[in-house]
Design a protein. Sequence first.
Length: 159
Amino acid sequence: MILRLGADFLVAVLFSLWAGRPGWPGFVIGLAIGFVIVSTSDLAFGRPNHGRRLLWMIHFAGYFLAILIRANLQIAREILTPGFNQTPRIVRYPVQDLDDLQVTVLANCITLTPGTLVVDASEDGRWLYVHCMYAEDRAKAVNGLQKLDDRLRREVFSW
């Protein structure tokens, strides 16, 4: 993946120099040309498609942005309305079948979402302990974490 991304950037730089457009427009056009070249070579050599990966990552980014907006609205409503509507809980979430990078990305996605925070990981690396501000039901909280985990695996890590 890194080599393909590097090749894409190399084509972008070469195109901007060759076309005499050293600014952003030339680089973006070169990036698009490099993207097409790398994606075509992926298809020709039977490798996972570079373009499809990018589309899946953009799809996940949209999903994650929707989660962020929804969680921010929930927190804003909590701040602006009187009373205490929180039902905090710490849940244990299994991550034994993920590698270190995947656990790190999942933990960061959970922590970036307002209302959830990864507070600890087990010493053996099998569990994440997550503080959830709105977790009336443990199963519902774990189900929300599972949805995020499934989307990450399918749309970001399934190369």
